[in-house]
Ligand binder design. Sequence first.
Ligand SMILES: Nc1ncnc2c1ncn2[C@@H]1O[C@H](COP(=O)(O)OP(=O)(O)OP(=O)(O)O)[C@@H](O)[C@H]1O
Length: 267
Amino acid sequence: MHAVTALPNPEPTVAAEQLDPRGEVLLDVRAISKSFGDRVVLQDMSMRVHAGEVVAFLGANGSGKSTTLRAVNGLIEADSGDITIAGVRLLEASAARRAEARRSAATVFQKIHLVQRRSVLHNVCAGGFARLPAWRSLPPLFGRELQAEALACLDRVGLADRAHDRAGSLSGGQQQRVAIARALCQRPRMILADEPVSALDPKAADDVMQLLHDLAADEGLGIAAVLHQPQLARAYADRIIGLRGGHLVFDAAVGEIDDALLATLYL
Ligand SMILES: Nc1ncnc2c1ncn2[C@@H]1O[C@H](COP(=O)(O)OP(=O)(O)OP(=O)(O)O)[C@@H](O)[C@H]1O
């Protein structure tokens, strides 16, 4: 009979903080700060986005909402703090891993940036740029596979029938949905949406928010959206993060946020 030797507890294979009851953490932002010159625009900002949830950022102009998203997608670098995307801690990852992690978070902007004179399908194929070898992603070489995937992404946003139209012939709301299809063609785990509906009429804004909500609920994407309309955040988000003057004011489930709390953001 073998003697039973007491072994030390094995190292946990999953970090305790990843065992979040809300599910897989796709984005973990810890205590990031950012200054421009001597102006501090973000201080000790922490937040998470889980798979399958929509997180809305609310706050007055200049409160640091876009700066937070930009630190995640790499348009700026935070001065301090720690960001983990899809399990990759940016601070300790190689440049290649960092780029790969950031590609898993596709960004959609208020200004839509489609190539207006190109077809809708062409624009969506461009979402594959990031993940294909350069020679295969040149516009004339968009292969059949990529085109089929782009068409499926367009179908997902309800615009497959417009694939061969000029992008510039679509309405603003449709163009934003094309931009989301382009983001999907990047095969992201998350979408970072910076004021995705600010330029849209109320009906088009609802359509876009419903689409983002469905992508989270049905396909498990994590969505982080900067919004200026508290009613849209209430209707379509699971959680709201409130920012004021570069500081986190609250991070709570939609049901826990009342008008009085929201009003504190806009004092
Ligand atoms: N590149 C930059 N250089 C200098 N200051 C900047 C830069 N980017 C942002 N800021 C400043 O940082 C602060 C926060 O900007 P940010 O865009 O994050 O705010 P926001 O909450 O998204 O506002 P808005 O709702 O107006 O878009 C603002 O005062 C802005 O002027």
